[in-house]
Design a protein around this ligand. Structure first.
Ligand code: ZN
Ligand code: ZN
Length: 167
């Protein structure tokens, strides 16, 4: 069988998804399994369309609608993380068994800069403790301009960020 059969991370991701779907009364169908297999091999950030392309490349026939319905389930069970929230097309990345990191997104060129999330996680733990909340994940994203765009667009870069928390 495929090498992922022997891969403990893939096996444990399958188990996670299987248990999660069971709790929600959703069937772990063959297309969902194929989507998971492909997701586990995606590198970097991707959109649903890229995953569809990847599946087609492998000769897998999975309905587009099934992909769009399965991705949020993979986010909810902690296998994927949604990377961008401010654009129509959600961007995802694999976070199962990865080092936690967050993102800075350039609003001009779309460049994504990753940074280790340990400090954010410490803050999260502190806030959760204060509010007696059991935190399992967070959404944190820094919007702005990358170095190159800030140089090309000094007017935009000099806008006082003040209190833009709405992004
Ligand atoms: Zn940029
Ligand atoms: Zn990332």
């Amino acid at each position: 069988m495929a090498k992922s059969e022997a891969n403990p991370r893939a096996e444990s991701a399958r188990q996670t998804l299987r248990d999660f779907l069971k709790r929600r009364g959703i069937k772990f169908t063959a297309p969902r399994r194929r989507i998971l297999e492909a997701v586990l091999e995606m590198e970097d950030h991707f959109e649903a369309e890229q995953l569809l392309f990847e599946l087609r490349q492998r000769g897998e026939r999975v309905a587009k609608a099934t992909i769009y319905r399965t991705l949020p389930l993979l986010v909810d069970c902690g296998i994927l993380k949604q990377v961008r929230f401010e654009v129509k097309q959600a961007h995802y990345e694999l976070c199962f068994g990865e080092n936690p990191h967050d993102h800075m997104v350039c609003s001009r060129c779309g460049r994504i800069i990753e940074f280790g999330a340990n400090e954010v996680i410490e803050l999260r733990a502190r806030l959760a403790k204060k509010h007696d909340f059991h935190a399992v994940a967070h959404r944190f994203q820094v919007l702005g301009l990358c170095h190159g765009c800030a140089n090309q667009c000094p007017a935009a870069a000099s806008i006082e960020p003040a209190d833009r928390r709405d992004a």
